[in-house]
Design a protein around this ligand. Structure first.
Ligand code: ZN
Length: 139
């Protein structure tokens, strides 16, 4: 599999507006966009820093896994996403190596991406997202 870069770092937050105030006003990072990812029950905000983005994740309801995460751990680092050029190939390779996956088939992520999560038990404690972006910038 080919890993190209750290695509983004996901941070679970209780309140997107309050969190954005820090990242935008204190650090001066420009907001790339806000999107609802219904599949995961979250509102996401993307803040690009060069090749990588900060992804803020706010649960839309108590049913969201991100709501469960905040309840258990508090706000904070939720996942690291590595960009791959072929997500199916990456998943096949990991499966063949016996790596524990949360998603065996890719699902839809924010910004038109295709994503899949690797179980934190396999990575020694970090939720790892594989992320494939098709061709053109960000879409
Ligand atoms: Zn992500």
């Amino acid at each position: 599999m080919k890993l190209t870069n750290i695509d983004h770092i996901g941070i679970a937050v209780s309140n997107l507006g309050e969190s954005l105030a820090f990242w935008q006003e204190m650090l001066g990072i420009e907001l790339h966009g806000i999107e609802e990812v219904v599949d995961q029950g979250v509102r996401t905000a993307f803040l690009p820093i060069s090749e990588t983005e900060i992804e803020l994740l706010e649960p839309m309801s108590g049913q969201s896994t991100v709501a469960g995460f905040i309840e258990k751990h508090g706000e904070g680092l939720h996942h690291i996403a590595i960009r791959v050029d072929d997500i199916e190939a990456a998943l096949q390779e990991l499966k063949a190596r016996g790596v524990r996956l949360i998603d065996e088939v890719p699902r839809r992520g924010a910004g038109g991406t295709r994503i899949a999560f690797v179980h934190p038990k396999a990575t020694h404690g970090v939720l790892l997202e594989l992320c494939e972006r098709s061709g053109t910038a960000g879409e």
